[in-house]
Design a protein around this ligand. Structure first.
Ligand code: ARG
Ligand code: ZN
Length: 510
């Protein structure tokens, strides 16, 4: 039932604009962003995706990618129009089987106008047919498609999905994935989860990958190239899939000696973080020239550079830790990145402790003294670093000092309960730093506002008298590892340089 406010025939067009719906929420275009202040165009309003079915054909010789993405979603409002995040050239869009109008904008938005408006709460099937050369598509001088001599790779954070499939590109909208890729015989295709099948016909081979657990869009990955793919299972029965470019040269041995320990390390991390949340685990090392690694869900992306100075189990531990802290429990907003990087770095410290290469406390002490108060390191707030510093060293290192400060403030027993309880309680969800603080306060029974404020939300070097200073264990230990006179210059822990190699390239393209 609608009520006209103005009924004058002369003002007909205006009258339509002023038509007020009596009951239902107004329909209209869905928002072009999900409301993340760091990335206003990340994600979209008006719907939630439950499943992506992505069928691709890729020719490494020409970089030609052809795709059909079928997206299953449910509307959260009446919609006359909605967006997907995508940068490649689109041929055709269908919504619920009917041809839909579409337009691409400069902000990586694909605007879709269905033939009929969509009602709130209804299931919707979107089919997008596309073709492009992803390596040639840039936004602000950036392309997320890493070309290699034998193919290409999509693995980056916070943005890479738009270079290979259209999506609601924000960690708060997780979905399951089927990725099926046709490549020339002799070339392999890698994506997340389990390789469910592989078949060849007329010179082309199809690889089918399946991720049955909720997965954030930036954690989906695609790699095409000449790989040695290995499948195995852990003693506990978890499938392990690892893959190595046949072109790793001098880094081949160190890469395998690190990534082949994935099953052992995932079991070790489970003792700290609780049951592993997904159905498989693994990692791949393509022949890319980049320096970082990425916690792509169950199929971790490693750059060969991570292994250029020998084996590097520390980085493997970092990316495996993200499977709990980052992938299963994901950020609510990108400003919550400390919940990912602070804990993945801290896992490296636990591994260092386990390997007798320096305790977490020693690493915290070392960082505290390594950066003088006037160093720009302390100007980045790990709890709100801003989009330009999302992957700054402080988010990792000061972020892990914050975790150690929490450990000292609540004591080991409570601390390890928090470390294991959080990913269990929040499994497959999203969470913010204030929610983590509330959880830690609930488990420890201590107010932690001052500690979080000091270590995460202050743009200067915290004083030695600060709450939860790493040197002040709550248990009341007398000796302070950070006593300024005694330990002004702590010794460099053995693991220090290796740990710094993880994501040594903290690029800040955003
Ligand atoms: N989350 C990744 C890691 O620390 C960092 C990715 C940084 N991205 C980049 N382009 N440098 O494991
Ligand atoms: Zn990380």
């Amino acid at each position: 039932m609608r009520k006209r406010l103005i009924v004058s025939a002369a003002a007909g067009a205006l009258a339509l604009l002023l038509t007020v719906p009596a009951a239902a929420a107004p329909g209209g275009p869905g928002a072009a962003g999900i409301g993340d202040t760091y990335y206003p165009y990340a994600g979209n309003g008006g719907y939630n995706v439950s499943h992506y079915d992505i069928r691709l054909k890729y020719q490494p010789a020409t970089d030609q990618l052809e795709g059909t993405a079928t997206i299953l979603a449910t509307t959260t409002q009446d919609l006359t129009r909605f967006n997907l995040d995508f940068v490649l050239g689109v041929q055709e869009v269908l919504v619920n089987g009917r041809t839909a109008a579409f337009a691409s904008t400069g902000e990586s938005e694909l605007q879709i106008t269905p033939a009929r408006p969509l009602a709130k709460g209804s299931p919707v099937t979107v089919v997008v047919r596309y073709a492009d050369k992803p390596g040639e598509v840039e936004r602000g001088g950036y392309s997320a498609w890493l070309r290699t001599p034998d193919g290409g790779v999509a693995a980056n954070e916070p943005e890479s999905a738009a270079w290979w499939y259209p999506s609601n590109d924000h960690p708060t909208d997780k979905a399951t994935f089927d990725v099926s890729v046709l490549v020339p015989d002799g070339t392999q295709a890698i994506s997340n989860g389990i390789l469910t099948g592989q078949s060849s016909r007329a010179g082309w081979t199809r690889y089918n990958w399946r991720q049955t657990k909720p997965q954030a869009t930036y954690l989906a990955t695609l790699a095409i190239g000449k790989f040695d793919i290995r499948t195995d299972t852990t003693p506990g029965g978890l499938p392990v899939v690892t893959a190595y470019s046949k072109d790793l040269g001098d880094n081949d041995g160190a890469a395998r000696a690190s990534v082949e320990r994935t099953g052992e390390l995932v079991d070790w991390l489970s003792t700290y973080f609780g049951a592993y949340p997904f159905d498989s685990i693994g990692g791949y090392v393509p022949n890319v020239p980049t320096g970082y690694a990425l916690e792509t869900q169950t199929q971790i992306f490693y750059s060969p550079a991570q292994f250029a100075r020998g084996s590097n189990t520390s980085t493997v531990v970092h990316e495996l830790a993200h499977q709990w802290y980052g992938d299963s429990v994901s950020v609510q907003r990108w400003s919550d990145i400390w919940l990912n990087e602070g804990f993945a770095r801290y896992a490296q410290w636990l591994w260092s402790e386990h390997e007798n290469e320096g305790t977490a406390q020693e690493l915290a002490d070392y960082i505290y003294s390594y950066y003088p108060a006037d160093n720009a390191f302390w100007t980045v707030k790990p709890g709100d670093p801003g989009p330009d510093h999302q992957f700054a060293g402080a988010v990792y290192d000061r972020g892990a000092v914050a975790v150690q400060a929490l450990r000292n403030a609540v004591g080991d027993e409570k601390f390890f309960r928090i470390l294991k309880g959080w990913p269990t309680e929040r499994r497959f969800g999203n969470a913010s730093i204030p929610q983590f603080q509330a959880y830690a306060e609930r488990i420890s029974g201590k107010p932690l506002g001052e500690l979080f404020n000091t270590w995460l939300f202050t743009d200067s070097k915290p004083a030695l008298s600060s709450a939860g200073v790493p040197a002040a264990p709550a248990a009341g230990a007398a000796a302070s590892a950070l006593a300024p006179s005694a330990k002004a210059q702590p010794q460099e822990p053995k693991s220090w340089k290796k740990i710094q190699e993880t994501n040594s390239i903290h690029d800040s393209r955003h």
